[in-house]
Ligand binder design. Structure first.
Ligand code: OGA
Ligand code: NI
Length: 336
C-alpha cells in the first residue's frame, strides 16, 4: 500500500479550508491550543559550554538534568557554518519532488529505523503526527549505510559528516560533565554507553504548515529512548517540554543545540537525571524542521543503574537489560 506523506497532504489541502483530516485531530487532552501553558513561562535553562569554571558547569548541568531533563547549549564549539550547512542540505532534500524522496523510503518491516518515512509508532487511538522524516546513522562508520543518505544535494554527505564529527566532541564533553555531576570519574558514563561505539542516529523531522495547528501535533508526547539526544531546530519554534504538570515552549536561540536527557541516562543514573517528556507542535504558515541526533549504546550493551549509585538505601529503580531489548519494548509499547 502506498504511504501518503504528510507533506503531500499539506500541499493538497487548500489554505482556505480550515480543517485537517480526522486522523490528525488530537483528543482534547492533547490539543496544543488547550494544553499549552500561557502564564509567565519559566525559561528552559541555557548553558554556556565554554564556561572555564568546570565545577560550576558540572553543578548547573546536574541540577538542570534532574529538574528539567532538557537544556540549550551555547558556545558548544560546533561552528555556525557547519550547522547552517546541515540545515540547508536537509531542507533541500525535503524540497525535492516526492518521487526523488521515495527512493530513500524505509523498507516496510525493516529491522532498522533508517530511511524516509511517515509513521514510526502506532499511537493511542490511531492518531497521526503531522510530520515526515528521514533517519540515518551518522556514526560509527561501521553502522553508516549510505543507501539512506540523499545523493541530492551533492554536498549532503559532506555536510552531515562534518556535523557528526563536531557533535561527537560536544557529546563527549557532556558525558564527562554528567558523570562528574554524579560524583563519579569523568569517563564512567561514556564507557558505560560503549565508548567509541556509541551510536549516532540522525533524524530530520519535516513539519509542513498545518491549517489547524491548534488541533494537531507534530510529535506526540514521549521520552527519547537514547542516552542523549542533541537537536538542531530551524527558526520556527515548536518543541515543548512537560514540567510541573504543564507544557512549556522552548524558545528559539540561534545556533544553540538542544540537549535532551534520554531514558538510558536516567537509568544509568538510577533516576537522578530525568529523561525529558516532550512533544512538538506545528505552525500554520511556516515549515518547521528539526535535526535530532539520538546517541545510544550499541545494541548488545547491557545498561542498568550504575553499581556505584546503588546501595541498601538507594535500591535500583530500573531493570538492567540489553539496549536492544529496551528498544524493542519501547517501540512496541511493551512494559520494560
Ligand atoms: C523527536 C522529537 C522534537 C522536535 O523527534 O524525538 O522529539 O522539536 N522532536 O522536533
Ligand atoms: Ni524526542
Amino acid at each position: 500500500m502506498e504511504v501518503v506523506r504528510v507533506q503531500a497532504i499539506a500541499t493538497t489541502i487548500s489554505n482556505k479550508i480550515d480543517t485537517i483530516p480526522f486522523e490528525f485531530i488530537r483528543p482534547v487532552t492533547e490539543q496544543p491550543a488547550l494544553t499549552t501553558f500561557t502564564g509567565p513561562v519559566p525559561e528552559i535553562p541555557t548553558i554556556d559550554l565554554s564556561d572555564p569554571n568546570t565545577d560550576n558547569l558540572v553543578h548547573t548541568i546536574a541540577k538542570i538534568s534532574s529538574e528539567w531533563g532538557l537544556f540549550q547549549v551555547v558556545n558548544h564549539g560546533v561552528p555556525v557554518d557547519v550547522i547552517k550547512r546541515l540545515q540547508s542540505v536537509g531542507k533541500e532534500f525535503f524540497e525535492l519532488p516526492q518521487e526523488e524522496k521515495e527512493v530513500y523510503a524505509r523498507p516496510p518491516n525493516a529491522m532498522s529505523l533508517e530511511g524516509y518515512g511517515t509513521k514510526l509508532q502506532k499511537e493511542v487511538a490511531g492518531k497521526k503526527a503531522w510530520v515526515d522524516y528521514l533517519f540515518h546513522n551518522v556514526w560509527p562508520p561501521s553502522h553508516v549505510n549510505y543507501k539512506f543518505w540523499p545523493k541530492n544535494p551533492s554536498s549532503y554527505r559532506e555536510a552531515n559528516e562534518e556535523y557528526a564529527q563536531c557533535l561527537r566532541e560536544v557529546v563527549d564533553k557532556l558525558l564527562v560533565l554528567l558523570s562528574l555531576g554524579l560524583g563519579l570519574e569523568g569517563n564512567v558514563m561514556r564507557e558505560a554507553f560503549g565508548g567509541d561505539d556509541l551510536e549516532y542516529l540522525l533524524k530530520i523531522n519535516y513539519y509542513p504548515p498545518c491549517p489547524r495547528p491548534d488541533l494537531a501535533l507534530g510529535v506526540a508526547p514521549h521520552t527519547d529512548m537514547s542516552a542523549l539526544t542533541i537537536l538542531v531546530p530551524n527558526e520556527v519554534p515548536g518543541l515543548q517540554v512537560f514540567k510541573d504538570d504543564h507544557w512549556f515552549d522552548a524558545k528559539y536561540i540561534p545556533n544553540a543545540l538542544i540537549v535532551h536527557i534520554g531514558d538510558q541516562v536516567e537509568i544509568l543514573s538510577n533516576g537522578k537525571y530525568k529523561s525529558v517528556y516532550h512533544r512538538a507542535i506545528v505552525n500554520k504558515d511556516r515549515v518547521r524542521i528539526s535535526w535530532p541526533v539520538f546517541c545510544s549504546p550499541p545494541q548488545d550493551m547491557v545498561v542498568g543503574p550504575l553499581p556505584q549509585l546503588v546501595n541498601e538505601e538507594n535500591p535500583a529503580k530500573y531493570k538492567t537489560k540489553k539496549y536492544k531489548d529496551y528498544e524493542y519494548c519501547k517501540l512496541n509499547k511493551l512494559p520494560q
